[in-house]
Design a protein around this ligand. Sequence first.
Ligand code: DX5
Ligand code: ZN
Length: 216
Amino acid sequence: MSHLIAPSLLSANFGNLQHDIDMVNKSEADWFHLDVMDGVFVPNISFGIPVISAIKKWAEKPLDVHLMIVQPERYMGDFKKAGADILTVHYEAVTHLDRTIHAIKQEGMKAGVVLNPHTSVLLLENIITEVDLVLLMSVNPGFGGQQFIENSYTKIHQLKELIIKKGSSALIEVDGGVNLENAPKLIQAGADVLVAGNAIFKSANPSQTIRSFKSL
Ligand code: DX5
Ligand code: ZN
């Protein structure tokens, strides 16, 4: 499978979201990446369920919803109704991860688990066959435009090894500080999906930048 690109709307123009959604629709991007932050799990507040419902009306590609919230299990049905196709929850925010992953699938969504930079991929040994994807944070979550953490390459290698060892079909997604310079190395290390916010929306020609990401 060639790699997928998921532009993060956190770096889009919130004053004219429809314009940026249209750009992604017409581009070679694969998914919309939507960052939900509650000001508790992470030190920032972004947007929530009503905004996702509004995005869903215009988006013509799957919505990959990254929950940076405490007790995400309270809202599985709500995110499904809002239009989430893929729902990812943080390992650090969920006590009963197996139950939550199955609840996401029960709602008819793809289920993913997210790891903060300090969280070992080895902790996924007993859940890796249950998830559709693993999202590796390559910055500390909360903000766009941060610097990529170099140790992420090692984590991709370790995760790939675990996936192969366990016969899992989970995709590896990388999020934070991804740009056209580090993307080739990330793909080579085993990343299947690249999230990019600033690198796309702050570039002079976002749809051309998406094309450049896809042609790597
Ligand atoms: C950070 C979010 C990211 C963010 C990435 O907490 O999870 O998805 O939007 O933005 P960039 O690509 O600018 O680091
Ligand atoms: Zn994200």
